[in-house]
Design a protein around this ligand. Sequence first.
Ligand code: IPM
Ligand code: MN
Length: 383
Amino acid sequence: AKTTRIAVTPGDGIGPEVVAEAVRCLETLRARHSLDMEWARFPWPSHAWHEEHGESMPQDALDQLQKYDAILLGALGDPGPVDDPDRYLLSDSVSLAPLLDMRKGFDQWVCERPARLLPGARQYLADERAKDIDMLVIRENSEGEYVSQGGRLRKGTPDEVATQIEVFTRKATDRIIRYGFEQARNRATNRVNEGRTRTFKTLDGRTCESQVCLVTKRNALRYWGDMYTEAFEAISKEYPDVATHHELVDAACMKFVQSPWAFDVVVASNLQGDILTDLAAVLSGGMGVAPSCNLNPTNPDMPSMFEPTHGSAPDIAGQGLADPTAMLFTTARMLEWLGRKDPKIAAAGKELFDAVAADLAENAGTRRGTHEIGAAIRKRLSE
Ligand code: IPM
Ligand code: MN
């Protein structure tokens, strides 16, 4: 078998701090289980690289990264000195672009953002049922509102017009919806194995063990809304064992807060998924614990990218305060993904997930630094 290779890109702000804990956990796991796995560290993309070289990453960055099986990314975006009033105006967008370049360049067309309120995580909703929150938001990651087409006409004049075009293709729509149904099935199977079944009702009154909720804004954004709905209805026929549901995005926001425990898999467009996943992250304990990944499930020659939902948090960067939990859950997901080709790596991913979850459960409400949390988790891994 071929050695599994990871490109580690710490990025900006708290990125390097949380990535350092992830790499130490990888070292522990590799040593304990003799994993055939190696990694290389890249100082880009980052704001620091930009300062020095006038670009966030080298011209051939994607070619270099493509040689790896996965990219483990900390966080991107350095808005500059906290006391600079113009800090959000320029540098922010400069250093974020590579994130979108990587998603596009490696055709990472799925963004998976699980939102499960694990024991010990901060519970923002007072309702007792919040303990049952366990959803997976699947964000279309290749097109839609993020195609970056359009422009500014008569720029700078009172008659300026900005256009921002959204593009939705049937192929990308079908594949993301199908992916959603497959994940719903997998989740049902995993729950059965763990002895925690859930039930969902179909519109015609049948009971299913999983559900996919499609989110659109089809009452106003008709063209893609109708195409998504038709694709959803057609594909759902291949999955009679999965209950289906449709929400408009505004109502979905309301229901995410009112009854988030009623959701299982949620499929949303690029922008609507972006917005819903910040909300879902808070429902499941906040940005400190929310994992994320950008996957290319179809082309094995393209690396997938694993980065927590949180940003670079420049306000707390460099102080050892950032919670590495989200980064470590993300790393566990990366190992699980890489483990598709190497069962030992998959087992290490499960072990890391369990260690991070156990650490969270045992330390509810305590204030601990980045390194303290990382060290506690590594201690668990070595026991
Ligand atoms: C995310 C982020 C990015 C996005 C930004 C930084 C471009 O918010 O990963 O959710 O909008 O996709
Ligand atoms: Mn976002």
